[in-house]
Write a protein that binds this ligand. Structure first.
Ligand code: FMN
Ligand code: SF4
Length: 424
């Protein structure tokens, strides 16, 4: 099926964004077809039909893991142990260098709300929470205002759009821990408990918030829903240049001329993002390495720039798409110092629940400190490798520690000389 290339069909997430970057409030949002898709969906579709469309679109979660949203929704829809079900929007976004969800929340709060309403209806959830990064002050203010507007317009509350569907939505701001982004630690935090990950299984779809079935999705994942419902899975798949479908908010930060994030088709190469969108590296610096999607993704080099940015292709070259917001590391940066800073962050953010992470990460930082001061020896490098070998699937309770050592391991592979030069 061929579609006329209108902006709302090529950039379903961001087409409403204003040039002056001011938030789109309800009046303007409704003028730009806002809440129409929710109204039509709630009046004309049932849960099964919506979930089938999302499943067929092969939408993958944008929170970093890329888990198929339709499958997650289907799983939850089959759980009938409780009438109380919850939908939670993960807006914690604490990955260093990532600000894609911030853009959507600050400028398009009603798109997020409309998306959550459709998701809640499909999942039969009558209560939703947006777990928002506490430091996102502006996003919080904008979301609060938008929720009030939506309540006043009758889009949140009882008998939404003259249907039998009732839905409440609240914001919960995090207190500033990276681990709260991990979905089960998020649930503990939301329940007022210590933010440590829970054992999985049972998955939140079965036993989630307050022990009830809960669906947790990332902001960007949810914002894809209205477009998919409106134009269908075939259209959605056709947006992409690769086999991971739809568009993705991606970008570059670091010493580039125009740091930022933009919506583009999956499969756009990293080179195109760096050169066309981010306008290349700043004067007097060259690209030395880059991380495709946050501090927890493996380092790549110039030779990888022509790789299509998507879950599958970035995995093939030894890294992860993560958030899709890349960091350019320039030739003036000392790799060892960069990695030390990254490890310091992850070490500080360990929730302390398991030994390899709680004790291993600070030990790694200690060694990297020594190496940075050229006070290390060969044994230190061996210990670094040894410590990393104890952090893998099955030895830690969540993926935090694995994400933490990933940039270190890749740096030791690609820039081993720099580690060697740092010895006494
Ligand atoms: C340490 C850690 C931090 C995470 N932080 C976030 C986050 O800030 N935002 C997010 O959406 N997902 C984050 N995730 C992934 C979530 O656990 C979960 O997979 C995601 O919210 C599911 O949404 P999705 O299926 O829409 O991607 C994190 C995972 C780990 C292990
Ligand atoms: S890996 Fe780290 S963050 Fe995850 S549960 Fe263990 S101690 Fe906590």
């Amino acid at each position: 099926m061929k579609f006329k290339k209108k902006n709302n069909q090529t950039h379903p997430l961001t087409w409403r964004i204003r040039k002056d970057k001011k938030p789109i409030w309800i009046e303007e949002y409704c003028k730009k077809k806002g809440y129409k898709i929710a109204e039509e969906t709630l009046n004309n579709m049932n849960s099964k039909e919506i979930i089938l469309i999302i499943k067929n679109s092969e939408l993958k979660g944008r929170g970093g893991g890329g888990f198929p949203t339709g499958i997650k929704w289907e799983l939850m829809s089959k759980v009938n142990i409780s009438k109380d079900k919850y939908i939670i929007c993960n807006a914690d976004e604490m990955e260093p260098g990532s600000y894609k969800d911030k853009l959507l929340i600050e400028q398009l709060p009603h798109l997020l709300i409309e998306s959550i309403i459709i998701a809640a209806f499909a999942l039969k959830a009558q209560q939703g929470y947006i777990f928002l990064r506490g430091e996102y002050i502006k996003a919080n203010i904008n979301l609060q205002k938008a929720i009030k507007e939506a309540i006043n317009a009758g889009f949140i509350g009882n008998k939404i759009f003259n249907t039998k569907f009732n839905f409440k939505l609240n914001i919960h701001t995090g207190a500033g821990r990276y681990i709260c982004g991990e979905e089960t630690a998020l649930l503990n935090s939301l329940e007022g408990k210590r933010a440590i990950p829970r054992h999985k299984p049972p998955f939140p779809a079965l036993v989630g918030f307050l022990g009830k079935p809960t669906c947790i999705n990332n902001v960007e994942t949810l914002c894809n829903i209205p477009g998919i419902i409106k134009y269908g899975p075939e259209w959605y798949k056709g947006l992409s240049k690769s086999n991971d479908y739809g568009t993705k908010i991606m970008g570059f930060s670091g010493k580039v001329n125009n740091p930022g994030v933009w919506e583009m088709p999956f499969g756009t190469t990293a080179r195109e993002i760096l050169e066309k969108y981010a306008k290349g590296m700043c004067k007097k610096v060259k690209l030395k390495a880059w991380q495709p999607g946050g501090a927890s993704t493996a380092l790549l080099t110039e030779k990888h720039l022509d790789t299509p940015m998507d879950f599958t292709n970035i995995l093939k070259i030894g890294s992860r798409l993560g958030t899709g917001v890349a960091l350019a590391i320039d030739d003036k940066i000392n790799i060892l110092s960069l990695i030390k800073n990254i490890e310091k962050f992850f070490s500080r953010e360990s929730c302390g629940w398991c030994t390899p992470c709680r004790d291993g990460l600070p030990w790694i930082v200690k060694i990297l400190n020594k190496l940075e001061k050229k006070q290390g020896n060969k044994k230190d490098i061996k210990i670094l490798r040894d410590l990393c070998s104890h952090i893998k699937n099955g030895t830690t309770f969540c993926a935090h520690a694995i994400g933490a050592i990933t940039p270190l391991q890749s740096a030791m592979k690609i820039f081993y000389q720099e580690f060697k030069y740092s010895l006494k």
